[in-house]
Design a protein around this ligand. Structure first.
Ligand SMILES: [Zn+2]
Length: 116
């Protein structure tokens, strides 16, 4: 247990709510929300599958709005929770205009089983 530097209330830094709202280790979840001290935009991991391998890209966004917008478009366009109907239509969500940089990626090996 720790004491919050703003309101001096005792709080658990490992609680589920504290982990969700973020903030510094010496700030309670209520103060993080009230004062808006959490400014970090969390990384977004995008999983896809190429060939026989699962691929993942880790992206860093400048704002939570861009992150949410990209995640919604990614989920829609890759067919997450949509079964096999994902790529049959002409209506993919636009994925342009969001500012981000790539942190890391792990993509398929193009030389699968010796074929080019
Ligand atoms: Zn507090």
């Amino acid at each position: 247990m720790r004491y919050c530097k703003h309101c001096e209330a005792k709080f658990d830094p490992k609680s589920q709510r504290k982990r969700k709202v973020g903030g510094r280790i010496n700030e309670c979840a209520d103060c993080v929300e009230d004062l808006g001290t959490e400014t970090t935009v969390k990384y977004l991991g995008c999983a896809s599958a190429d060939g026989k391998m699962g691929a993942i890209s880790i992206l860093a966004f400048e704002s939570n709005e861009d992150r949410d917008q990209y995640k919604r478009a990614w989920d829609n366009n890759t067919g997450r929770h949509k079964g096999k109907s994902c790529h049959l239509g002409q209506s993919n969500t636009a994925m342009s205009g969001m500012k981000f940089r790539q942190v890391s990626e792990n993509i398929m090996n193009g030389n699968h089983k010796g074929k080019l």
